[in-house]
Structure formats: structure tokens, C-alpha cells
Design a protein around this ligand. Sequence first.
Ligand SMILES: Nc1ncnc2c1ncn2[C@@H]1O[C@H](COP(=O)(O)OP(=O)(O)OP(=O)(O)O)[C@@H](O)[C@H]1O
Ligand SMILES: [Mg+2]
Length: 256
Amino acid sequence: MAKTILDIQGLRKTYGQNEVLKGVDCSVQEGEVISIIGSSGSGKTTMLRCVNMLEEFEGGKISLDGEEIGYHVDGSTRRRKSEKEIARQRALTGMAFQQFNLFPHMTAAENVMLGLVKVKKMSKPEARAVADTWLDRVGLATRTNHYPGQLSGGQQQRVAIARAIAMAPRLMLFDEVTSALDPELVGEVLQVIKGLAADGMTMLLVTHEMRFAYEVSSRVIFMNQGVICEEGDPKDMFVRPKTDRLAEFLKTSSFN
Ligand SMILES: Nc1ncnc2c1ncn2[C@@H]1O[C@H](COP(=O)(O)OP(=O)(O)OP(=O)(O)O)[C@@H](O)[C@H]1O
Ligand SMILES: [Mg+2]
């Protein structure tokens, strides 16, 4: 029986008067690769950011490996956990974004080493060995001492992914990691993600690359106006959508 890594129940989030997540339920089993698709503003990024505690949320609960994330929930009362506790929990997930957010004054290897030394308390030589291993895995063995400014966008994104994965997260979150890249650089980044999927990494990825979602996902989630509107096997979702909304969305997307 697969183990539940992530369990989201009744997640609600508002920005001012604007309710952007209106009760999201989602459970992710170990080794699953889930693509989240949906139109702009449907709440995809917000959902990932809540899982990583980059956003506070007002309702529902999120558990990771059975631990409640961010809040102690007891009946109708909820209390935010301490910052120290939240920092520890945040390290259980790795996240990669559209913007790579690498430190420009640090080499590729130093960017990957930073969290290993600061958060995982590794010695520098240990951290360097881990960084080299992951940079090699993402095809950058010959670029470890390059600065971000000396790397292409696709290479920078691969450093950012290596940096997140090197921390050995239980779950990886990807938010449109190819959206800022020139088209010819998209493939190399998707290839890295495919490799991680093949290795059994549990992943939740927001993407506009429908063909990629179709090929790589064990399950696809379609978000619409702050709720999960439809979910299922990619073959059913893309070929035989059940809801009109998904059918409409697919017509305007890149899948064909
Ligand atoms: N920091 C913020 N403050 C106020 N409103 C926000 C903030 N971040 C997002 N929103 C709003 O929340 C809603 C959901 O945004 P979100 O970024 O989650 O959408 P998305 O599905 O990721 O869209 P996209 O495909 O464009 O990335 C939108 O209406 C957006 O305007
Ligand atoms: Mg988004």
C-alpha cells in the first residue's frame, strides 16, 4: 500500500476579500507525479505556496508525512506553529519556481551547498560532494564553478532544481519552471524532471506544458476558480474530459 505523503483537506485561502482557494482536497501518495493545470488565476501557485508555508491560510489543513503543516489544529481552534518549527517543516518540501532565484555572486556549486551547510549542518567538503553529485545528475558536471551570469537560463534552472533536490525533500513542488525559458531550453529542464520522476521522487508540478503533463504524470489535477474541478489519469483527462470547463481549457491550451 502506497504511503500518503501529502494530505490537503478543505484548504481555504483569501487575499483581502478575494477567496482564491475555496476548499481544496488533495492527497498525494509516495512516488506520485501530479500535474496541476488550469487557467491563470485559478489558484495553482497559491496552493503550492500554502504547502510550503510561504502563504498563511485560513481554513483546512495540510499534512506532510502525517505532520500538520504550519498550524496546530484542534477542533475549531488553530494556532500557528513556532517559526523554528515552520522552518523545519518547510525543509521537508523542495520548491522550484519560474524565477530561478540563484545568488549571482555564488557559483553553481556554492548555490547548491548553501542550504546543505546552513540548514543541514554539513561540513563544506561533504556539502560539496553532494552538490557535485546533483549537478552531475542535472547534466552540469562541467559547470559547477560557473556563476549564474555565465550560465544559460536552462542551466540556471537546472542548478535551482539541483539545489532543491540536494536537500532530500519528501516532496518536490515545481511552479512553471519552464515558463521563463526560451523555447529551445525547455526540453533540457523537462528532461531533468522526467529523470526525477523515473527515480520515484514524489512531485506536484504546475505546468502549462500539456504534452509534458500527459507524458510524465500519474495523475492530473485541473483547477478552476479556486477548487479542483476535475482530476484523474492523464489519458482520460486529456482525451476524454468529463467537465465542459476542462474541455474548454484544453481547447485553448498547447495540447493537441
Ligand atoms: N500576493 C497576492 N495578493 C493578492 N492577491 C493575490 C496574491 N497572489 C495571488 N493573488 C490572487 O489570487 C488568485 C490566484 O492566484 P495564483 O497566483 O494562485 O493563480 P495561478 O493559478 O497560479 O495563475 P497563473 O497561471 O497566472 O500563474 C488570483 O486572482 C491572484 O490575483
Ligand atoms: Mg501561478
